[in-house]
Design a protein around this ligand. Structure first.
Ligand code: GRF
Length: 205
């Protein structure tokens, strides 16, 4: 088995981070969370990490003159902590192709919609205004596009007539907390095989 060191990138409250930490604590994900990085100094995710004794670092976007400088700082932190797998858990910035290339095949993201429907930052709003009856969440490998990489796992939830963005988001979030740690576990156990856009889940050895 590979010895993975996970770097989790967040922007806000970090509930997905908490579900990943819990999966590591249970021994479901056999890897270390080496660092949590947020692009905002006040992201609650940083506090969650510190409470668990996990190194927590703010790399604040507006402190840098250009996106390339921001990403250089991110890469420096990831490399300092020996990160081999990057997990985007509510990280609200688009990474440049140069960054994605540097970690190709080693970046996972969670998106709160059934991709390829409703990519981007307003998935729940877009799903409600389109009128879909089913929404959900998607864990995927990150490629150069926005929410466009090969899909690892998805979960569906019903959309109710009286849903608001908040009620739909809460229903989807419960599924995020279930499938994101599960997808990370499969990655860490070497059970994800990419064949073009197809991601196959290999049986346990
Ligand atoms: C999640 O819904 C995630 O899918 C989206 O942003 C939200 C982050 O929530 N990209 P949290 O910070 O993990 O609580």
């Amino acid at each position: 088995m590979r010895e993975e060191k996970i770097g989790v990138l967040c922007s806000g409250r970090g509930s997905n981070l908490a579900s990943i930490i819990a999966a590591v604590e249970r021994g479901d994900i056999r890897a270390e969370i080496a660092v949590v990085i947020a692009d905002k100094a006040d992201a609650y995710a940083l506090e969650r990490a510190r409470e668990k004794g996990i190194p927590a670092v703010a790399v604040v976007y507006r402190d840098y003159a250009a996106r390339a400088d921001f990403e250089d700082a991110l890469r420096a932190e990831l490399s300092t902590h020996g990160v081999t797998l990057i997990v985007l858990a509510g990280f609200m910035r688009i990474l440049t192709p140069a960054f994605v290339h540097a970690y190709a095949g080693h970046i996972l993201n969670i998106h709160p919609a059934l991709l390829p429907s409703f990519p981007g930052a307003h998935a729940h709003r877009d799903a409600l205004s389109y009128g879909v009856k089913v929404s959900g969440c998607t864990v995927h490998f990150v490629d150069e596009g926005t929410d466009s990489g090969p899909i690892i796992m998805q979960a569906a939830v019903p959309v109710h007539d009286d849903d608001t963005e908040e009620t739909l988001a809460a229903r989807v979030l419960a599924e995020e907390h279930r499938i994101f740690p599960e997808a990370i576990r499969l990655y860490v156990d070497g059970r994800l095989q990419m064949d073009g856009r197809q991601v196959r889940i290999l049986p346990c050895q």
